[in-house]
Design a binder for this molecule. Sequence first.
Ligand SMILES: Nc1ncnc2c1ncn2[C@@H]1O[C@H](COP(=O)(O)OP(=O)(O)OP(=O)(O)O)[C@@H](O)[C@H]1O
Ligand SMILES: [Mg+2]
Length: 232
Amino acid sequence: MTSSPQPVLRAQNIAKSFKGDSESGRLDILTDVNLSIGKSEIIAIIGSSGCGKSTLLHILGGLDQPNDGSVKWGDQSIYDLKSDNLADLRNRNVGFVFQFHHLLPEFTAIENVMMPGFIRGLPEDEAEERASALLGRLGLDGRLTHRPSQLSGGEQQRVSMARALMNEPSMILADEPTGNLDEANTESILAQLFELREDRELSIALITHEKEIADRCDVVYELHNGVLHRLD
Ligand SMILES: Nc1ncnc2c1ncn2[C@@H]1O[C@H](COP(=O)(O)OP(=O)(O)OP(=O)(O)O)[C@@H](O)[C@H]1O
Ligand SMILES: [Mg+2]
């Protein structure tokens, strides 16, 4: 008998509210989000600006606790963990590409990429070798010692992608990873992601507002009124 494989990520009944101003009161951004991502699966999340896509991705990535519901990576319910243990698990399992880079301004491109390796305790020469190979693969060979302020927006985005891949995660959560990129660079980032899915059985959730990108993913979900709808 075959049973369906356990999802790499499963979110159930996620709710998240923020405090609004005195006029709006409480902002119920996510009301009942359910989602599961399988091994080697690539899903796209679309939705209008402000509907809660980044908020949801942060919750899926262990960065922001929901008010209600659960997130599991494999069989681990992540918000049951102590914050240090969650940070450690996240560092090893999840590569997060933020909408606005979050690169450390005082460090060079290669140092930014090496950082998750350091946190994990990878020896410096190994971290450097891996970071340099990743940056090369993403077309940043001549930019290793540039600081973020000396890089274009698209280059910063690619450094952020390299950093997400540093610890060979099982999941990539990417918030508009091609938002600042021209067509050629968008294509190169997507090609990398699809190649990694093949090579390493990587599971990927990406937020995009580009229909052509969403159409290339296995499943597309639209976030609307606090709930995810699967589009067929
Ligand atoms: N920390 C916070 N405190 C209060 N409100 C917040 C907070 N974070 C997000 N919000 C609100 O939640 C809503 C959803 O924000 P979010 O960043 O998730 O949207 P989004 O779908 O990613 O939008 P975009 O496509 O513009 O990036 C917004 O209206 C925002 O103002
Ligand atoms: Mg966003």
